[in-house]
Design a protein around this ligand. Sequence first.
Ligand code: GLN
Length: 200
Amino acid sequence: MNMRIGILSLQGDFAEHSHATLSAAYRLNTPCTIVHVRTKEQLEGLDGLIMPGGESTTMSKLLLRKGMFSEISKIPKILGTCAGAIMMAKKVEGAIPGQHFLSLMDIGVKRNAYGSQASSFQMRLKTSLGDVDATFIRAPLINFLGENVKPLAYAGENPVAAYEQVGNSHYLACAFHPELSTTLFHEFFLKLGSNEIAQQ
Ligand code: GLN
């Protein structure tokens, strides 16, 4: 089956996600079409959506202006990185007044908890999917995991990647930017919902 994966391309590092997704699909030998989503109509019929890093306050405004919130909530699997993960979280500390969230995943996040842009850092991480070089850019701290949420990686004591299945929907959140250094998270994402994952 040819999978249609949307990449929200309003703001943020969507080009890097496009590259990582195509590389992941090639590795898995899975046909995959990328849709650069800029309108509500382009959300229809997607098998999955990637919400990139960027700035969640801007993302919130653009999604509101384009009336995309309810359409995104219907998509069967979503990968959110950094600002994208903030948009997916049910609890957000440090939101600006009027900021809206999708509130799809039972995690709590604190925006900009690792400091300013200048405090951005990289570290080698052991994750459930393998070792990765993780880049944190004004990243959110994941400070709460609901009981059905599975952590996939920790930086010290803090979870930095997590997965939750809600009914037939699958949500994957990363505080860091896997698209910059690995295809492992995109491979995991592409497999979500397929029999291969269901049997694990
Ligand atoms: N600090 C940004 C926010 O709150 C996220 C940064 C990022 O996505 N790299 O939205």
